[in-house]
Design a protein around this ligand. Structure first.
Ligand code: GDP
Ligand code: MG
Length: 430
């Protein structure tokens, strides 16, 4: 199989936002092998001079991708493609590629598809317009002259179909989440801007705490993992980077790739503290706005990442008070160097709740004994232990509140750590 060529020439038009664009391009998996600066677009796209500059860079580097840091008009795409022999990509297409890579669900897949079809629709419209002017281009971007109208309607029909399927998918996701909660999982999402260090933190936490034993979810991608923190089984999610400046038709796709955040028990909001203070401030504000739009009302731990590159501790003071004005929970770490990860785990345990020591007896005569043990294990810490007697199993360990509730509800015999069941009833009534 031919390896996909991911070498890219980027064409920079908006210099002030190049840094963000660069991380997006890398996030989408491209290797930037050349940069061309563009001052202006011409009425047809870009000047012959710039076309030649791009062409010769493509030849000398072997790049097969040309990526513009801005949104290209459909007729520009056509004109530039004709000159270069490859179709240029623009910022929106790169973002869509990233969405696809991070898509957490069928629903998000569909939202993303919907957004791509909307881009195609805009191009189809443009081709219809050109056809009417008698300028219909040859087959560069898809269907030919006579098919343009058919294609346009086909795309429209597909968009309708997708919209109908979305509701169905939403219901399925709901069930899946419900199942996870019933099994005692807590969901923690790692959120923040591109390049802040989310994936590095995800890998560090996963490496430290990977839960052993059979996994209940078979289709877990690299964006999810199951780890153990204190008494909790955690479903850890590495979310897509926050992106500002999206056109309206892409907002739904963006939010649906972040949907997991809405249903999280905790969000770790990663912030790159090596950036200038004003960047940090603006991004934090925008991040909270995104969380608000996602209807997330749970706890947020602001994780100031990359402290390994800060050599003056005084520098962190204003950043600390900024964090403090947003959340009671914040910490400075280095995900890369593993600095302060223990501190982060402590905060997470503080928020989710630490365990309480309990010893119970589960009788084999209970037809449910296996499920009970399984549930108790999931909701206890690593010290969980079993000892076997003739007719029952003695279970002890540190347990979380869910386990305690479960023990009460299922009237499991408590040997130590909780009042006896009869007393608990009285407690509940008084
Ligand atoms: P994401 O886009 O938020 O997932 O960010 P990544 O985890 O991919 O990290 C982006 C870049 O920042 C990579 O080059 C990482 O090596 C680097 N990085 C992540 N964490 C740290 C850190 O704690 N210190 C330093 N110096 N670099 C880091
Ligand atoms: Mg990442």
């Amino acid at each position: 199989m031919r390896r996909v060529n991911k070498r890219a020439i980027v064409v920079v038009y908006k210099r002030e936002s190049y840094k963000e664009f660069e991380s997006l391009v890398k996030e989408a998996g491209y290797e930037i092998v050349g940069i061309v600066y563009l001052r202006r677009f011409t009425s047809r796209g870009i000047s012959d001079y710039k076309i030649n500059e791009i062409k010769s860079l493509m030849e000398s580097t072997g790049a097969e991708n040309v990526i513009f840091d801005t949104q290209l008009k459909p007729n520009y795409i056509y004109n530039i493609a004709k000159e270069l022999g490859v179709e240029p990509k623009d910022r929106l297409e790169i973002i869509l590629e990233i969405f696809k890579m991070h898509s957490p669900s069928k629903e998000a897949d569909l939202q993303i598809k919907l957004a791509s079809l909307q881009i195609e629709l805009a191009r189809a419209k443009e081709r219809v317009k050109l056809a009417k002017l008698g300028e219909q281009p040859a087959l560069v971007l898809g269907p030919g002259e006579y098919e343009v109208d058919v294609y346009y309607n086909e795309v429209k029909r597909r968009i309708q179909n997708i919209k109908a399927k979305l509701e169905e998918e939403r219901k399925k996701r709901e069930l899946h989440r419900e199942y996870r909660r019933k099994r005692g999982f807590r969901t923690i999402s790692i959120a923040g801007y591109t390049s802040s260090g989310k994936t590095t933190l995800f890998n560090a936490l996963t490496g430290l705490n990977r839960r052993t034993g059979p996994e209940p979810f078979t289709t877990i991608s690299t964006k999810f993992s199951i780890i153990k923190i204190g008494v909790w089984d955690i479903y850890l999610v590495d979310t897509i980077g926050f992106i500002t400046d999206l056109p309206p038709f892409m907002i739904n796709a963006f939010y649906s790739t972040l949907e997991e955040i809405t249903y999280s028990d905790l969000v770790l909001l990663v912030v790159d503290v090596s950036e200038p203070y004003d960047y940090i401030k603006n991004k934090l504000e925008a991040s909270y706005e995104i969380l608000r739009k996602l209807n997330y009302n749970g706890n947020v731990v602001i994780v100031g990442n990359k402290i390994d590159v800060i050599n003056n501790i005084e520098y962190l003071k204003p950043i600390e008070s900024l964090f403090n004005s947003y959340s009671n929970y914040y910490i400075f770490i280095s995900a890369l160097k593993g600095i302060n990860l223990d501190g982060l785990l402590e905060i997470i345990e503080d928020i989710l709740g630490r365990g309480r020591y309990i010893k119970v007896r589960v009788s084999y005569s209970n037809p449910n004994w296996y499920n009970i043990l399984d549930y108790l294990k999931r909701n206890s810490d690593r010290e969980f232990s079993l000892s076997f007697e003739n007719d029952s199993i003695i279970v002890e360990g540190l347990f979380n509140d869910r386990a305690i509730e479960y023990i009460k509800k299922n009237r499991i015999e408590v040997l130590e750590g909780l009042p006896h069941a009869e007393d608990m009833d009285i407690e509940a009534e008084s």
